[in-house]
Design a protein around this ligand. Structure first.
Ligand code: SAJ
Length: 442
């Protein structure tokens, strides 16, 4: 089928769609495509997830407004079916790939899931099919890995027998469905005609800009937008560390800096977690490895942000020292285990990093998190027999922390605030030995 024919079939909703990977990117995407009038075949390797989806139940935890309803109506309409069998894609004409693309502990991309998806898809790749990768990719990967794998395993030629593009996802936990409609997207097609056809598909559910480009540009935009955020956060964290040593208050400094035009200083904090920001900067810099560019700023920003849980440990040591309590043998209450405020998502949680650093020091942790089932409950009860409390996540329920009760519950009244949750004067008036990230302890 030609691309103009494909565009006509997209506009008339006759085209069959496939989505490979039914996680926090693929599942909402499949639901939104059904809402837009398409019939969608979802593919996932996890049998339990496929069974849940075919029963109209979402396997995605956390508060995702509208997702459960969108899934059950998609399933009840008979226009969404999930399977573990790639053979179910043999009749579809457009396939979107949304599998994980993590980095390993050496910060190198791990494309096993992507390679496996492409190899399996190639076996059912039909002439005229359009393949779109939504997973975040290191610049150059669409051409160097996806195109080559599909061509080698199918014997078909990209641009002639099948079409290929990259449209990076822009999902945000807590706003998965809303973002799919409201966020602009970059449609990176291997040919301008392919990009135009991608725009036609995304226009069926996206109300924002759809910018046609080539795959490399799309890969660079996505990895850059997250590397940008990581560098901005690292700047805020470095200013926080400077303020602690020179006696400033980074939170007041930030507020006043941002009154200056064109300034948008981000928030310092106890660490940078999640599935995007810690990973995407490495996908960006990896593309330049051995090719002449030597990124310094972006890897250094990662180093600054990754050091923040250890900085929280240092703040704790200083406060315990003032309380004449040794870290070895201490038990501390960690307030917040999710990586993000008001989320239950714990991927790359800075709290987890901090807790791992406690053990070699001979200390232990008790965790509280109102959004995570095994850690919710009465935090004051959890504080009993603890020698300190540390704020790692600015969850909304913590905004009404009762400092008096917390102080009497703790064995030692030490409080370390990594998210500017507590007013320092109020903490000290309550009798805490208090440390606040970004503020002098003097
Ligand atoms: N963080 C800070 N200071 C800040 C902002 C964030 O310390 O000023 C920390 C958070 O506590 C968290 C981590 O960084 O641990 C990541 O926070 P995030 O707000 O960036 O949330 P994410 O990881 O869900 O990022 C996603 C990204 N979206 C995509 O990749 C499609 C990111 O590009 C978005 O900017 C972000 O959502 C968003 O704005 O919600």
């Amino acid at each position: 089928m030609s691309l103009p024919d494909l565009r006509n079939r997209i506009e008339s909703r006759q085209v069959g769609l496939g989505v490979i990977g039914l996680g926090y990117v693929g599942l909402p995407l499949a639901c939104v495509l059904v809402e837009a009038g398409f019939t969608v075949t979802g593919i996932d390797l996890v049998h339990e997830r496929v069974a849940l989806i075919n029963a109209g139940r979402s396997p995605i935890e956390g508060n995702e407004p509208g997702l459960a309803d969108a899934l059950s109506s998609a399933r009840n309409s008979g226009k969404l079916r999930a399977s573990t069998d790639y053979g179910e894609l043999s009749e579809v004409e457009v396939v979107l790939i949304a599998v994980e693309t993590p980095v390993d502990d050496r910060h190198m991309p791990d494309y096993r899931a992507l390679t496996s998806a492409c190899t399996s898809l190639a076996k059912v790749l039909n002439p005229g099919m359009l393949v779109i990768v939504e997973s975040t990719l290191s610049p150059g990967t669409t051409e160097d890995l996806v195109r080559k794998t599909l061509e080698a395993a199918s014997g078909l030629l990209c641009g002639i027998d099948f079409y290929l593009g990259h449209c990076p996802e822009r999902v945000m936990p807590g706003r998965l469905l809303q973002n799919l409609h409201e966020m602009s997207r970059v449609c990176g097609g291997t040919t301008p005609e392919t990009a135009r056809t991608m725009v036609a598909l995304y226009r069926t559910f996206v109300d924002a800009d759809l910018d046609a480009a080539d795959p490399l540009t799309a890969e660079l935009v996505k990895t850059c937008e997250n590397a940008y955020r990581d560098v901005q956060i690292a700047f805020a964290n470095e200013v926080a560390l400077i303020c602690e040593t020179v006696g400033g208050d980074v939170w007041q400094v930030r507020e006043l800096v941002n009154k200056s035009p064109l300034r948008q200083m981000h928030l310092p904090g106890a660490g940078v977690g999640g599935h995007c920001i810690p990973k995407d900067p490495w996908l960006l810099t990896n593309s330049a490895l051995g090719k002449g560019a030597h990124p310094i700023l972006i890897p250094t920003a990662r180093e600054v942000n990754d050091s923040m849980p250890e900085h929280m440990l240092n703040l704790l040591k200083g406060a315990l020292n003032e309380a004449n309590v040794t870290l070895s043998g201490a038990k501390v209450l960690v307030l917040g285990y999710a990586y993000l405020q008001d989320s239950d998502d714990t991927r790359n949680s800075p709290s987890a990093t901090f807790i791992q650093q406690l053990e070699p020091a001979g200390a232990s942790a008790v965790i509280h998190d109102p959004y995570i089932p095994e850690y919710r409950g009465d935090l004051y009860q959890r504080a009993e027999n603890c020698d300190a409390a540390l704020v790692f996540v600015r969850h909304t329920p913590y905004q009404v922390l009762d400092l008096e009760i917390l102080k009497t519950s703790l064995r030692v009244p030490v409080l370390v605030d990594g998210r500017n949750l507590v007013d320092p004067e109020r903490a000290r008036r309550t009798g805490f030995i208090f440390r606040s990230l970004g503020r002098s302890s003097r």
